[in-house]
Design a protein around this ligand. Structure first.
Ligand SMILES: [Zn+2]
Length: 159
């Protein structure tokens, strides 16, 4: 249940944060919204949707202008900063993708050891296999024609 005194958006972010920290096996970070100041008097810079202070285990999130699903993805982004020290880039985006679908694997220390193998689309595999089959069929046809030709030559020489 939503505790009194917090907005729907704040509640959504807190639930997601609880869920992400449980999943990652890391302590729940302190979360500051919009202009709320932390103990050092810092608040979110206007141009950022979210900001993460890994050392203080702290995340700042801008609620304004963000839908709940946008807030979830901002939070996931900040959690990748919080849990893994990697730079923005392809690997970072992969972490976000797998973290949001909860399909990251961890070793005993909570580190990612492998990614799930991407499952190819079934219909795509089927199309590829059918194309291979057609190619093979036409090869068989060509070989059979060639075989018949050889047989005719042999018969002609034998007669
Ligand atoms: Zn970032």
């Amino acid at each position: 249940m939503k505790p009194p005194g917090i907005s729907n958006k704040q509640f959504a972010v807190l639930c997601e944060a609880r869920d992400l920290s449980n999943y990652l096996g890391i302590p729940m970070p302190d979360i500051y919204f919009d202009k709320q100041e932390d103990e050092r008097g810092r608040h979110l810079t206007r141009r950022f949707l979210g900001e993460c202070y890994s050392l203080e285990n702290q995340i700042m999130i801008k609620l304004r202008m963000q839908t709940i699903s946008a807030l979830r993805s901002t939070l996931t982004h900040e959690f990748v900063h919080l849990a893994f020290s990697i730079e923005h880039g392809i690997r970072f985006e992969q972490y976000i993708k797998f973290l949001s679908s909860r399909s990251l694997f961890f070793d005993g220390r909570g580190l990612v050891t492998e990614f799930p193998k991407p499952r190819p689309d079934k219909s795509q595999v089927l199309t590829e296999l059918e194309a291979k089959l057609r190619k093979t069929d036409s090869k068989i046809k060509r070989f059979n024609t060639y075989r018949k030709k050889l047989l005719r030559k042999i018969k002609r020489l034998e007669s």
